[in-house]
Every structure is written in structure tokens, then in C-alpha cells.
Design a protein around this ligand. Structure first.
Ligand SMILES: Cc1cn([C@H]2C[C@H](O)[C@@H](COP(=O)(O)OP(=O)(O)O[C@H]3O[C@@H](C)C(=O)[C@@H](O)[C@H]3O)O2)c(=O)[nH]c1=O
Length: 187
């Protein structure tokens, strides 16, 4: 029996993945990533970099981010501490869901992960203080191809559970362009 429970979201390329967690009197054990189990489940990716980020305050929003081709990244995101709303936006022009978004709550407590494939922009909003993410990516960081879209682009109309005056952003993310002005999308 597989140790992975996989649930596609409304855009079915975006997956929520729950690895099995074995609890005992000491604590727990979990295989949070197993290349063979993922491949058996149809997720045949090669991850090359692990990223760890910490956000002190709830309401911290990182995104929307993506790396352009040929450096596009699949991202397998999990939460070590705290809770996030994770959002993925389809940037594949030929996709029937181009410009549409999906979201899922990912948390240390739920022990779930989200797979955001290449071709999507990605953002996270922290819902608790001291939230830490660990995520695997399938391509190396390429600053020359590190692109973004404004988190509150009205064309995307993402239903963020936070008001604009409360959100905590990087200087870069506060000034990201709108989707209509972005040239480097995907086919
Ligand atoms: C993403 C990245 C950043 N950095 C550096 C650049 C910068 O000085 C510092 C912080 O970078 P950022 O402000 O871009 O970090 P952050 O806003 O956390 O960016 C991340 O957001 C989430 C939503 C994603 O999906 C990730 O792919 C990534 O884009 O870290 C690396 O050295 N390697 C990397 O892979």
C-alpha cells in the first residue's frame, strides 16, 4: 500500500500530498519525500535544491513568484512549523485554466505538502507566527529568470484572507508587475 495520499486540486496538475506519519511514544517518523514512491504515484521529478524560509509574523505574503524557462521550477512545499495558505496561478498560455488560481492550507499539524508544477506562479501567506517552510525545487535558483506578479492583481482576483493594509511584503513583491504587463510566461 502506498504511503502517500494524493489529492488533485481544481486545477488537477496541482496536488496536495499527505505522506504517512508514524507516531509512537517517542514522537513520530515520516518519509517526507521518497523518489520511488513519488514516481510510482506518477510524480517523476528530480529535485536539486531545498529551500527553507521563516516568517516571523502572520500575514507575511511571499509571491507571486516563478522562474521563467529554461529555469522553471516544480516546487514541493511543506510546513515545519505553523500554517500557510498556498496559492498557485496557472501561467501556461495554452492551458484552459490560464490565469486561474487554486489554493490549499498547508500546515505542520496537517502534515500535508503541495506540489506546484513548473508553469505556475506561487505564493504563500503565513497564517500563524513563526512559520517555517521547507520546499524542494526541480531547478537551481536563476536570479536572471526570477519573475513575479503582483499578489493582488485584480485580473487574478485571488481571495486572500487578509486586508491590503495588514499584509507584510518584501519591497520587491510590493512592486511586482500585473499579469497583463508580464512578457515571460509559458507556452
Ligand atoms: C528563491 C531564492 C532566493 N535567494 C536569495 C535572494 C534574496 O537575497 C533572498 C530572498 O529571496 P526572495 O525575497 O526572493 O525570497 P522569497 O520571497 O521567500 O521567494 C520565494 O517565494 C516563494 C513563494 C517561492 O515560490 C520561492 O520559489 C521563492 O521565490 O534569498 C537565493 O539565494 N536562492 C533562492 O533560491
Amino acid at each position: 500500500m502506498s504511503n502517500l495520499k494524493i489529492t488533485p486540486l481544481a486545477i488537477p496538475d496541482v496536488l496536495v500530498i499527505e505522506p504517512k506519519k508514524f507516531g509512537d511514544h517517542r514522537g513520530f517518523f515520516s518519509e517526507t519525500y521518497n523518489a520511488r514512491a513519488f514516481a510510482d504515484a506518477g510524480i517523476d521529478l528530480r529535485f536539486v535544491q531545498d529551500n527553507h524560509s521563516y516568517s516571523a509574523e502572520p500575514g507575511t505574503l511571499r509571491g507571486l513568484h516563478y522562474q521563467g524557462a529554461p529555469h522553471a521550477q516544480d516546487k514541493l512545499v511543506r510546513v515545519l512549523r505553523g500554517r500557510i495558505l498556498d496559492v498557485a496561478v496557472d501561467l501556461r498560455r495554452s492551458s484552459p485554466t490560464f490565469g486561474k488560481w487554486v489554493s490549499a492550507e498547508i500546515s505542520a499539524e496537517a502534515w500535508n505538502q503541495i506540489l506546484v508544477p513548473a508553469g505556475f506562479a506561487h505564493a504563500i501567506l503565513t497564517l500563524e507566527p513563526h512559520t517555517e517552510l521547507l520546499y524542494k525545487v526541480s531547478n537551481y535558483y536563476a536570479p536572471s529568470h526570477d519573475f513575479g506578479i503582483r499578489w493582488n492583481d485584480p485580473e487574478l482576483a485571488i481571495d486572500w484572507p487578509i486586508s491590503e493594509d495588514k499584509v507584510i511584503l518584501s519591497d520587491k513583491d510590493a512592486k511586482q508587475p500585473f499579469l497583463k504587463d508580464v512578457a515571460d510566461l509559458f507556452d
